[in-house]
Design a protein around this ligand. Structure first.
Ligand code: CP
Length: 311
C-alpha cells in the first residue's frame, strides 16, 4: 500500500487509510528497534537533509536516528551558523542543498506554511517537522501511536488537549488526526488560550474547568505554554496559570479513574505539569519520545515509495 500524498505537510491532508498505514508500518519498525541490530537497509541510497530553522531537541534527534536506522545518508542544517544570516532565502538555501543530490527534506520553520511553500517549488519529498502554529504531523502520529499502544484503540477514545491551544501546532495535528480516527476530542484551558472558532470548526468539546476536563477524558495531552509565540498578555501570571490549570499527582489521585498523561515536550515543570505527575506511571511522556523514532521511520519509508526491504 502507498500513501495518497507525496509530502507529509499536515495531518489535514491525510486520509484515515494513510494514518492507519503509517501507524501499522510504525508498529513493524518498533519491532525492528527491539532487536540487537536495530538497522534495516530500507533507505540505502536515499539522502535526507534535516533543515531546522527553529530550535528542537526531540524532533531533530528522532528524525536523524530514524534515518540512520533506515540506512539513509543524512545531513543536518541549522539556520544559526549558516548563510541564512547573510540574507540567503529559504528557496535558494534548499535549491543549493538539493543540487548536491539530496532526495528528501525534513523541515522545521517558525513560519506557518513554510513547508507548503517549499513543496510548490522543489521536486524532493518534504516532511513538516513543525511549522509555526500550523501543524506538527509526526508529533500527532506518534501521540496517536502511543495512545493506541497503551489503550488499544483510537475509535471512541476520549482525549482532552489541555493548555495553550491557540499557539499549538501539536493541538492542530492531534485534532485532525483524532477526529479522522473516530476519537472524541475536547480542548481545555483558559478562554484566552482557546480560539473562538475551534468548537464549531472541528466539532469538538471546549471546557474551561480543568477538573471537569480530567473527569471526562481517558487521555490528557498537556501542552506547553508557548511564551515565545505570545505577543500579548493572555493570562495574569504563570503562577496563576499553574494554580488553575497545572496538573499534579494530588489532582490525578482525587479522580475516580486513571487518566493517561501525555506531553509533547519540552515540559515547563511546575507550570502545566508537576514532576510528580510527569514522572508517574500514568505518564506516557518518555514512551512518546521512544515511539517517535518508529513513527518517523514509517513516514520516511512510506514517502520514499515504501519499496525497500523493511527487514
Ligand atoms: N515535541 C517537540 O517538537 O519537541 P522539540 O521542539 O524538542 O523537537
Amino acid at each position: 500500500m502507498q500513501l495518497s500524498v507525496k509530502h507529509l505537510l499536515g495531518i489535514r491532508d491525510l486520509t484515515r487509510q494513510d494514518i492507519q498505514l503509517i501507524l501499522d508500518t510504525a508498529t513493524e519498525f518498533k519491532e525492528v528497534l527491539q532487536r540487537p541490530i536495530k538497522k534495516v537497509p530500507s533507505l540505502r541510497d536515499v539522502t535526507i537533509v534535516n533543515l531546522f530553522y527553529e530550535n528542537s531537541t526531540r524532533t531533530r534527534i528522532s528524525f536523524e536516528l530514524a534515518e540512520k536506522r533506515l540506512s539513509a545518508d543524512t545531513i543536518n542544517f541549522t539556520a544559526s551558523g549558516s548563510s541564512v544570516s547573510k540574507g540567503e532565502t529559504l528557496l535558494d538555501t534548499v535549491n543549493n542543498i538539493l543540487s548536491m543530490k539530496v532526495d528528501m527534506v525534513v523541515m522545521r520553520h517558525s513560519a506557518s506554511g513554510a513547508p507548503h511553500f517549499l513543496a510548490k517549488h522543489i521536486p524532493a519529498a518534504i516532511i513538516n517537522a513543525g511549522d509555526g502554529i500550523n501543524e506538527h504531523p509526526t508529533q500527532g502520529l506518534l501521540d496517536a501511536f502511543s495512545m493506541r499502544e497503551r489503550l488499544g484503540r483510537l475509535e471512541g477514545l476520549k482525549v482532552a488537549i489541555i493548555g495553550d491551544i491557540m499557539h499549538s501546532r501539536v493541538a492542530m495535528s492531534n485534532i485532525y488526526l483524532l477526529k479522522k480516527m473516530g476519537a472524541e476530542v475536547m480542548v481545555a484551558g483558559p478562554p484566552t488560550l482557546i480560539p473562538k472558532y475551534i468548537q464549531e470548526a472541528f466539532d469538538i468539546r471546549v471546557e474551561y474547568n480543568l477538573r471537569k476536563a480530567l473527569e471526562w477524558c481517558d487521555v490528557a495531552n498537556v501542552l506547553r505554554i508557548q511564551l515565545e509565540r505570545q505577543n500579548q498578555v493572555l493570562f495574569s501570571s504563570l503562577r496563576e496559570y499553574s494554580l488553575a490549570y497545572g496538573i499534579n499527582k494530588r489532582l490525578l489521585d482525587s479522580l475516580n479513574k486513571e487518566v493517561v498523561i501525555m506531553h509533547p515536550g519540552p515540559i515547563n515543570r511546575g507550570v502545566e505539569l508537576d514532576s510528580d505527575a510527569a514522572d508517574s506511571k500514568q505518564s506516557l511522556i518518555l514512551q512518546q519520545v521512544e515511539n517517535g523514532v518508529a513513527v518517523r521511520m514509517a513516514a520516511l519509508y512510506l514517502l520514499s515509495g515504501g519499496r525497500g526491504s523493511m527487514n
